[in-house]
Design a protein around this ligand. Structure first.
Ligand code: FAD
Length: 510
């Protein structure tokens, strides 16, 4: 049985036998050279011979400049020498030439070696051929530049968002859209709209899964430019973690690739056709509601005297008088009530409309578009200030459109009086907690505070009663109530008139 030699722990460098150092340098699989203070080669290891093609005998005694391919800028050598001559290490890349004349990219580390007196007496050079690595780096950079130029020239807005919805990459079209929106991040506007439409988050993020596809998003812009439409798609994409800690334990990050294609022109064409259909539908609705209003007004007017007649007949009957006038009055009352019943029967029923998800910005934009001709003719300027992304409500779009049309018509008529100087219609939307508020304000004469409540009574009108049935505000109040909302005349505004309509985004009556 052989006895094992005891290995003592090494604490001092001098404890390591010098031949171990020599062999370690000689056998290292990286090109090593040792030079004097002027870079004259004193030693090269076998790896140096392999990389450069020069045998040790050919290199020793020559200057390190023998490796120069004369293609490295002189400034690089100047920095190299400025650094190492002060005793500091230098690392960088140089173009070297092998003995066979081929060039390679050397990744070089030079370490100045101080002697016992602290003077730099020699240098240790360690280098490796990184031509292959450089080629790969170039390929990656070229591909990146190529992809960037393709993405940049794409006619759609593209943005890559991290887990916090922050844009980490975007293209020219996206940047341009951001400029158009007054430096508001388009991705936030689009995602807010998508989430508002979905009513929930984007769902679980899986690589390659579409979070949403072909969602048509309307982005409002203030002023005359009008709304813009985008068809938006969001796709989850995975990126492999780059940190050292992820080298063995892969940690992927998930990003959202957002692509927004502008479809405003297509939408404009569709809108034109829709507006024409809407115009036809609204004029039919107007005709029917006008008929309903006129018949209701007639009923209202007739009910008063007939009620009076009914009480006279009842009173005379109680007295037991057998008067031929009473018989005649009873006959008048009977035929009068029959006429009322006939009238009630012919009043057209309101259209049975289903509740749908409704965006009030779209409804108001329709109403303003429909009124453009009349507003222009009356010289009224319109200030349309919609909230860029407004939550939808559950409502009856036809009735809401009729309500806002009646309110806009009221405002228009209030200002369209001869000689009225200041003519401005302001329409604003904004979201409140759980509801949406619409303000319709005109710069007309306004309504005196005493009439703020009375104005909502049926058949009340401040205008010529022969031309106006006075049912617009009453109808508006009915529509607001049917949506679980409210309408009021803002007492703070005078002169002028501001109507505040608040409609809940969801209400129990649906
Ligand atoms: P210069 O840069 O002017 O060099 C000419 C020579 O003058 C130098 O080689 C050196 O002997 C001397 N010299 C210049 N400045 C100083 C100074 N401040 N102090 C002392 N002497 C100076 N170059 C390569 O191209 N490839 C290599 O792989 C490489 N490896 C090197 C390894 C070590 C350890 C050292 C110290 C230098 C190395 N060099 C290498 C640099 C090399 O010495 C030359 O500076 C370089 O090749 C450019 O040479 P040049 O003739 O164009 O001009």
């Amino acid at each position: 049985m052989s006895q094992r030699k005891k290995v003592l722990p090494v604490t001092e460098l001098s404890d390591i036998p010098p031949n171990v150092f020599r062999e370690a340098v000689a056998q290292a699989d990286i090109a090593i050279s040792i030079t004097d203070a002027q870079a004259n080669i004193l030693y090269v290891n076998p790896a140096f011979e392999k990389v450069t093609g020069y045998a040790a005998g050919e290199a020793v005694g020559k200057n390190q400049s023998m490796l120069s391919a004369r293609a490295t800028p002189p400034a690089v050598y100047a920095t190299l020498w400025q650094t190492i001559s002060t005793g500091a290490p230098w690392t960088g890349r140089l173009i070297n030439r092998r003995k066979d004349g081929s060039d390679y990219l050397a990744d070089l580390l030079i370490t100045p070696v101080r002697d016992a007196a602290g003077q730099v007496g020699s240098y240790l050079g360690i280098h490796r051929d990184v031509s292959g690595l450089h080629r790969l780096e170039c390929q990656v950079n070229n591909q990146k530049a190529l992809i960037e130029s393709v993405v940049d020239s794409a006619p759609v807005a593209i943005a890559l968002l991290d887990g916090e919805d922050c844009v980490v990459l975007d293209n020219h079209a996206y940047k341009k859209l951001m400029g158009d929106l007054g430096m508001v991040e388009p991705a936030s506007v689009i995602l807010d709209a998508v989430r508002a439409e979905l009513g929930h988050g984007l769902g679980p993020a899986h690589d390659g899964r579409q979070a949403f596809a072909d969602r048509e998003i309307r982005i409002e812009s203030e002023g005359r430019k009008g709304a813009r439409w985008f068809s938006c798609t969001g796709t989850w994409v995975k990126s492999v973690g780059e940190g050292a800690d992820t080298f063995f334990a892969h940690q992927d990050s998930i990003y959202l690739l957002l692509i927004a294609k502008e479809i405003t022109q297509q939408r404009i064409q569709q809108e034109k056709a829709r507006m024409a259909a809407l115009q036809a539908m609204m004029s039919e609705e107007n005709r029917i509601s006008g008929l309903r209003e006129s018949l209701s007004a007639a009923l209202f007017q007739m009910e008063g005297p007939l009620n009076l007649l009914a009480s006279v007949v009842a009173m005379q009957s109680r007295r037991g008088q057998n008067d031929p006038t009473l018989e005649a009055l009873s006959e008048v009352l009977r035929t009068g009530n029959e006429a009322l019943d006939s009238l009630r029967r012919v009043i057209p029923e309101p259209s049975g409309e289903a509740v749908t998800t409704t965006n009030l910005n779209e409804i108001l934009r329709d109403v303003l578009d429909l009124s453009t001709g009349r507003l222009l003719a009356a010289g009224i300027s319109v200030s349309w200030k919609p909230q860029t992304v407004l939550p939808s409500i559950h409502g009856y779009p036809i009735r809401l459109r009729a309500m806002f049309k009646a309110l806009v018509d009221n405002a228009l008529e209030a200002m369209n009086t001869k000689g009225w100087p200041h003519r401005e219609l302001m329409v604003t939307t904004r979201s409140l907690l759980g509801s949406v508020e619409v303000q319709i304000e005109d710069s007309g004469p306004g309504i005196v505070p005493e009439l703020h409540l009375k104005a909502f009574e049926p058949f009340f009108t401040t205008k010529n009663p022969h031309q106006h049935a006075g049912t617009g505000l009453a109808m508006a109040q009915q529509v607001a109530m049917d949506h679980g909302g409210s309408i009021e005349i803002d007492p703070a505004v005078s002169p002028g008139c501001r109507l505040r309509i608040v409609l809940p985004t969801r209400h129990g009556g649906e």
